[in-house]
Write a protein that binds this ligand. Sequence first.
Ligand SMILES: Nc1ncnc2c1ncn2[C@@H]1O[C@H](COP(=O)(O)OP(=O)(O)OP(=O)(O)O)[C@@H](O)[C@H]1O
Ligand SMILES: [Mg+2]
Length: 382
Amino acid sequence: MGSILTAEETLDPSFVPPRLVQRDRELELLGKRFRTSLPKGIPYHHLLTGGVGSGKTALAKRLAQDLSKSARAGGKPVVAHYVNCWRRSSDRTVLLELLRSVGVSLPDRGYGVPEMMDVFEQGLRRNPAHRLLILDEAGALVRQETKLVYLLTRSGEVGLGSISLFLVAPDDILPYLDAASRSSFGVTHRLQLSAYNAEDLRAILSFRAGLALRKGSYSADVLAQIAALAAPTGDARFALELLGGSAHLAEEAGANEIRPEEVRAAKGSIYPTLTESKLEDLGENELLALLAISRTLRGPRARTPTDRVREAYKAAAEEYGRVPVSRVTFWRTLRSLEREGIVQLESTGVGEAARVGMDEVPASYLTTVLETKFRRPSARKP
Ligand SMILES: Nc1ncnc2c1ncn2[C@@H]1O[C@H](COP(=O)(O)OP(=O)(O)OP(=O)(O)O)[C@@H](O)[C@H]1O
Ligand SMILES: [Mg+2]
């Protein structure tokens, strides 16, 4: 047991904090919107957007907990279900997850969407309640021309009972929806979270340090230092990772409090989980392709032809002793990175010829991260 991190589990990304500092207004507004509609038995659909680490997921989960505890919808209780669509970006895979949430488990294959909807309906009927379905990282789903979102926003008409849909995404995804679904997300059905500034982050850090760390093991100065480092991106997750990282380093050094040098060291070793957690899910070939893309891209918002990327890919494969995949498989790899929302493919109109871009992550930064990853012995083939 460390002497500083007395409740480290409260820094885990899965932990939903009991209070969302500096988001009281937003939480109240969302609560009010749902509470005006639900008691009348009317589903309420909502879109929540905001940058990385702006508290979208935490806010959605808090709202779900609040509504499940106290709201009634047309006399029925509110039951919330949370699905992260990042890895499950098709109607079928999201439905499988929703089915699990109503206690039905189907094999991955062999069922079409209509049959699965039937089974879902039966599952819902067994346990009558109003459902609040949170689809987090919904961008991946709506870019697949989802029918599911439409069906869910029309739950009453398609016999699915009463369902409110809560979509969470980094940016406005309504343009990807069909007009009928879009009509469910008018101006009072949308909320864009502003990025946290240094002052917000300081308040968040102070609250979260109070939960996770021993009193007296951190100073206001150290929290302000961390807040300043995270302020350019407004990313609370990054701020909390820095806090946890510097606490670990201080413990390792046998210190009984976090010092500015530990914060600096933590900053040097942590990259935003935007990339980290998502990179962990990618296969080696996808990672190599991504390295090739980041090596060929010059400057933000730049685009590079796919054959240039493929050359860089072959060079990288050779460099790390991997066998490069065929042209067709390489193309498929690019398409799968595009589906994941990591890269953008722009068609030039002639067959496979296209240009690749990567707007979310700085290329130089990703290059460093990936090169380190490939150099690590654990990433090597035996
Ligand atoms: N206002 C807040 N008060 C306390 N903790 C917060 C607050 N906002 C965010 N956090 C914490 O910061 C971390 C990041 O927040 P969250 O995961 O909700 O961001 P996000 O907007 O969903 O990010 P992403 O776009 O990467 O999914 C979480 O650990 C969350 O608990
Ligand atoms: Mg999130």
